[in-house]
Design a protein around this ligand. Structure first.
Ligand code: C5P
Length: 402
């Protein structure tokens, strides 16, 4: 059976240049078995015609709340009830603001209010508009309400800017749609995931840290949640929002992360150590700001506990997944860590390569277990996370229960 067989999707298109990609999205969703009904805003029609969307969806395209003919065929309340999922792609800053405010001033915003179906938005806008405080606050509100936010991706924008705000690729949107309806194969499992950097204080104002953004760990938390797991996310300081539904434990230092990990891990079925934990901390943290009196300064550092290695020493050890960010001899070092830290799986990435790893939206991983070597080629971290979760389940967890 196709993954989206008999799934009813309302696809809302709003007025962004990325609207030109949506006919392809409709076709791919239909290829997977979905029944797609398109709703367009006035702005969307400036970029692409309803006739195109009608042709590819095979259904009438709705674009007006006040169209008596359309209301007769399938009224807006009926359409809101019909949907198993509403996807808005591209979602402009405007529709995001309107649905956050609960407005019902066109067909699409009204549907969002009138539906009990889940809503997923795929934002696409200029990077400055995406980073604007208003947009970010709206996104956080929507996330708290359980709206799924797919993307945006980063890269060159139609306006020439570079940054966050691109519509995710059609293939990524299709994957996320399929995920949405995917089987909850991790139901009953508890995943504990560490993510982000740690900060090791030097004095009250300074610290030692690294470039980890937390994106990979947060994406894994999201993928595990989508697959039905209970998720505890132990996170160092990051600038991203935790997925709705996880238990978020915020920490600053490696010592705090160590303590929380050892408290949570005994209840876990899987432990994923994705955090970029500082290997050393300052031996004596100055209680006052250190003055720059001398030309040279020396800090004495002491080794932090190895969190993942200590969790792997637990009597009731969860399935252990580590990460290895390397710049050379990746396989050699990764296999060394797998063995030394007593892990079941290690996900290695070459952080010397540009466009992947630390702080990037993309990643490529090679997974090593005692016997396997599996490549996950360069893709958005959400896609990589989903592949990783699927793979851990199929190759290791599901095997254990057979
Ligand atoms: O630091 P290293 O390269 O050995 O890290 C490999 C793995 O160990 C990573 O999964 C990382 O999150 C974990 N780690 C840890 N605690 C540390 C250092 C690393 O859990 N203090």
């Amino acid at each position: 059976m196709q993954i989206l067989q008999d799934k009813k999707i309302v696809l809302g298109i709003t007025g962004g240049i990325a609207a030109y990609k949506i006919p392809e999205l409709v076709r791919r969703l239909k290829d997977h078995g979905a029944d797609v009904r398109v709703v367009m805003t006035e702005g969307a029609k400036a970029f692409i015609t309803p006739l195109t969307l009608q042709a590819v969806s095979g259904n009438h395209v709705a674009d007006s709340l006040l169209d008596s003919q359309a209301e007769l065929a399938m009224g807006h309340i009926e359409l809101a009830k019909w949907a198993d999922l509403i996807i808005i792609a591209p979602a402009t800053a405007d529709i995001i603001a309107r649905i956050t405010a609960g407005m019902a001033n066109d067909l699409l915003s009204t549907l969002c209010l009138a539906t009990s179906a889940p809503i997923a938005i795929a934002p696409a806008m200029n990077q400055q508009m995406w980073h604007a405080k208003a947009t970010q606050e709206n996104i956080n509100t929507l996330l708290q309400r359980g709206v799924h936010v797919w993307g945006p991706g980063a890269g060159e924008q139609a306006c020439g800017d570079i940054g966050l705000g691109r519509l995710l690729e059609v293939s990524e949107l299709v994957t996320l749609s399929c995920d949405f309806f995917a089987e909850k194969f991790l139901q009953g499992q508890h995943w504990v995931i560490t993510a982000g950097p740690t900060r090791e204080a030097i004095d009250p104002v300074r610290y030692i840290s690294n470039h980890s953004s937390g994106k990979m760990g947060y994406a894994i938390a999201n993928a595990a949640l989508n697959a039905g797991a209970q998720v505890t996310l132990i996170s160092g300081p990051v600038n991203i929002t935790a997925p709705v539904g996880c238990d978020l434990i915020q920490v600053i230092s490696a010592e705090q992360m160590h303590k929380q990990a050892l408290t949570c891990a005994p209840q876990a079925t899987t432990f994923v150590a994705c955090a970029a934990v500082a290997d050393y901390r300052v031996a004596d943290i100055a209680s006052e700001k250190i003055k720059k009196d001398s030309e040279n300064m020396q800090l004495s550092l002491v080794k932090n506990h190895d969190i993942v290695a200590d969790v792997a020493k637990l009597v009731k050890k969860p399935f252990m997944v580590g990460f290895a960010a390397e710049t050379q001899n990746v396989e050699h070092y990764a296999r060394g860590k797998l063995k030394r830290k007593n892990l079941d799986l290690i996900a290695a990435n070459d952080v010397a390569k540009s466009g992947q790893g630390f702080n990037s939206d993309n990643n490529a991983l090679t997974l090593y277990s005692a016997i396997d070597k599996i490549e996950l080629p360069l893709a958005n971290k959400h896609i990589i996370a989903k592949q990783l979760v699927n793979l851990i389940n199929q190759h290791y967890l599901a095997k254990d229960t057979k």
